[in-house]
Design a protein around this ligand. Structure first.
Ligand SMILES: [Zn+2]
Length: 223
């Protein structure tokens, strides 16, 4: 099993990294679109889903009764977008919003400049004072997991949502080489590309897709 290891990281640097996630989110337009109730939340979701080439969440019906917004030209200037982004950074959505992200391990791209990933563990506290509440740890190679505070946990959830919950789970499995369902080690090329062992895929009626030749050519099955 090949384990990606990250260099040791000072806690300041770690938090700065997490903060930066807010800025790579493609939700950055959302506060601006929602400002002054130009769009309903489901409408904004649908627009963002479109931008992300992923289907909108099916549990939220899109409200077509509201007319399409006309946005005056002076709105959405750089300064206003920067203000909206800052507001989102200060106040990410509450943890309850992320119910669709199940407990598990996820990877998300760190940013556009660095070809690097962040690893997350999403979990639900099973007992004690915080029973039932959800938390996010940051997984750092060669170190103990770092528990994130509420705001940074929510930013991590936003990053997972922005990249796609399933995509982030598969990305983790591809990188670390574990099945996203049972956490068993994946050594063969096709299961690893799909982030799922053959049995777990079959149990769930999922197909194993063949990886393109240029995907991780160093991972090949032994003859
Ligand atoms: Zn499995």
């Amino acid at each position: 099993m090949s384990m990606r290891t990250a260099p040791p990281m000072a806690s300041d640097e770690l938090m700065e990294d997490v903060r930066r996630l807010a800025l790579i989110r493609t939700h950055r337009l959302a506060p601006w679109m929602l400002d002054g109730r130009r769009l309903t939340v489901p409408q904004a979701d649908a627009v963002l889903a479109q931008l992300w080439h992923s289907p909108p969440r099916e549990d939220v019906p899109v409200d077509d009764s509201r007319p399409a917004p006309s946005v005056p030209r002076e709105r959405g200037g750089e300064e206003e977008v920067a203000r909206a982004m800052e507001a989102t950074r200060r106040n990410p959505r509450p943890m309850d919003f992320f119910a669709m992200i199940s407990d598990g391990k996820y990877a998300t791209p760190t940013g556009h400049e660095r070809n690097d990933l962040d690893f997350w563990l999403v979990k639900t506290r099973k007992n004690g004072k915080y029973e039932g509440r959800r938390f996010v740890d940051r997984i750092i190679g060669g170190h103990d997991d770092v528990p994130l505070d509420n705001v940074h946990g929510r930013l991590a959830m936003e990053a997972i949502l922005a990249y796609g919950a399933e995509e982030s789970q598969v990305l983790y499995s591809q990188e670390i080489g574990t099945c996203r369902f049972c956490q068993r080690s994946l050594t063969r090329r096709v299961p690893r590309y799909n982030g799922q062992g053959n049995d777990c895929a079959a149990d769930r009626g999922l197909t194993q897709e063949i990886p393109p030749d240029d995907w991780r050519p160093e991972i090949q099955d032994e003859a």
